[in-house]
Write a protein that binds this ligand. Structure first.
Ligand SMILES: [Zn+2]
Length: 345
C-alpha cells in the first residue's frame, strides 16, 4: 500500500451552530474561513480550484476529537458521525470516534495502488490538526492565518490528485521514486547542488530581466545547464531523474505558488470580523500587512528549501511573466509539467 502525502462569502448558517457550547464555534468559524478562502483562490489564482469534481473533504483534528467537512458517503459509512454544522457550501460532521490517534496532521493523504477498503482509497482527504495542536509542534506558527496557509498548500495537493489523468500518471510513472531520492542526490553531491543552484539563479535572473530577448536567452541557458546536469546524473547516479524532477517541481511549485498568492491576498484582506470574535489566535493578517517576498527567501532559493519546490515556484512565476497560460493545462494532461510548458513556449 502506498501512501501519498501531499486546500465566498456566505453568511447563511442554519440552526446547528446555535446549539454548540461555544467551544465548537471556533472550529466552525475556522472551517468557514478556509472554505471562503478557497473561493477567493478560485476567483483570483486558480480558476478550477473549487470545481465540484475536485472537491476534497477536510478532517479537522482537535486533541481529542475529529470533525469532517463535506465527507464522502464511504467516509460516513466507515465512521459513525453526526451533522453539527451546515451552511450553503459546507456540512461539518463530528465523528463518534477520532479518525485516528496520531497527534499531528498537516497533509493530504490517500491510499493507492493496492485496492483497500479504506475510506481514502483513491480519494484524497485533507487532514489537519487544529491551530492549537500545530502550535505545540511548530511554535513558529503564530496565528490562525499562518496555519491556514499551510492547509491551503496541502489542499492544493488534494486538488491535483483529484484530476484522474494526473493521478493515473503519478501512480504508473512516479510513485516508485519518492521525493527523498532527489533530495538525497542534492544533499550528497556538490556538483549536482552547484548546478541546480546555478539553474535556479538563471531562472531568477530571467524573472527580473526587463528585456524580453535577454529573458529568452537566459531561459535557453537554464535549459542548457539542466540537460547537461541530467546527462551527468544519469552517468554518475545511474538514475534518469527527468520525469521525477519535472513532476515534483510541478506538484510542489504550484502548491507553493498558491500559498504565496495567499500571502499577497492577506496583505490587503480586511480582517474577518466573525473569526476574530471567536478565535483569539486570529491576528487579522498583521504579519502579512507589508508583505515582501524578499523576506521569505525560502520560497525561491534552492539553498534555503527543498530544491524542486523553489525551482517549480520560480517556473510558475516565469510563465506568468511570459503570459503563458498553464493553469488550465496542468493536471489535465497526465504528466504535463511546468518545464514542458516552458520549453515549448
Ligand atoms: Zn507540498
Amino acid at each position: 500500500m502506498q501512501r501519498l502525502i501531499f486546500i465566498l462569502f456566505t453568511f447563511l448558517t442554519f440552526s446547528f451552530n446555535d446549539k454548540n457550547d461555544g467551544k465548537e464555534q471556533i472550529i466552525f468559524d475556522r472551517i468557514e474561513f478556509i472554505f471562503n478562502l478557497k473561493q477567493t483562490i478560485q476567483k483570483d489564482v486558480w480558476e478550477s480550484f473549487t470545481d465540484k469534481q475536485f472537491d476534497v473533504p477536510l478532517i479537522y483534528f482537535t486533541d481529542t476529537s475529529s470533525y469532517v467537512v463535506n465527507p464522502t458517503d464511504k467516509f460516513l459509512t466507515t465512521f459513525k458521525s453526526k451533522l453539527v454544522f451546515e451552511n450553503r457550501q459546507i456540512k461539518i460532521y463530528k465523528t463518534e470516534q477520532r479518525v485516528d490517534s496520531l497527534p499531528f496532521h498537516m497533509e493530504t493523504g490517500l491510499t493507492s495502488r493496492k485496492q483497500t477498503d479504506e475510506y481514502n482509497y483513491h480519494s484524497p482527504f485533507m487532514r489537519c490538526s487544529s491551530y492549537e495542536e500545530v502550535f505545540k509542534k511548530i511554535p513558529d506558527v503564530l496565528s490562525t492565518e499562518e496555519w491556514v496557509t499551510m492547509i491551503m498548500h496541502e489542499y492544493f495537493h488534494g486538488f491535483q490528485f483529484k484530476h484522474p489523468t494526473y493521478m493515473d500518471y503519478y501512480e504508473k510513472n512516479i510513485v516508485q521514486v519518492q521525493p527523498d531520492s532527489l533530495i538525497n542526490i542534492y544533499n550528497n553531491n556538490s556538483w549536482f547542488k552547484n548546478l541546480i543552484d546555478k539553474e535556479n539563479e538563471t531562472l531568477l535572473k530571467s524573472l527580473s530581466e526587463p528585456n524580453s530577448a535577454k529573458t529568452e536567452k537566459l531561459i535557453d541557458t537554464f535549459f542548457k545547464i539542466r540537460s547537461q546536469r541530467r546527462i551527468e546524473t544519469k552517468q554518475r547516479v545511474k538514475l534518469d531523474i527527468a520525469n521525477y524532477e519535472k513532476c515534483f517541481e510541478t506538484m510542489e511549485g504550484t502548491a507553493r505558488y498558491v500559498e504565496f498568492s495567499i500571502y499577497n491576498k492577506f496583505s490587503t484582506m480586511p480582517p474577518d470580523y466573525k473569526l476574530s470574535k471567536s478565535d483569539t489566535s486570529f491576528k487579522s493578517f498583521k504579519k502579512f500587512r507589508n508583505y515582501k517576498i524578499e523576506n521569505d527567501k525560502w520560497l525561491y532559493l534552492t539553498e534555503k528549501t527543498t530544491y524542486f519546490y523553489a525551482v517549480g515556484f520560480n517556473m510558475a512565476k516565469l510563465l506568468d511573466k511570459l503570459k503563458i497560460e498553464y493553469r488550465t493545462k496542468l493536471f489535465n494532461e497526465g504528466g504535463l509539467s511546468l518545464e514542458d510548458i516552458l520549453i515549448n513556449r
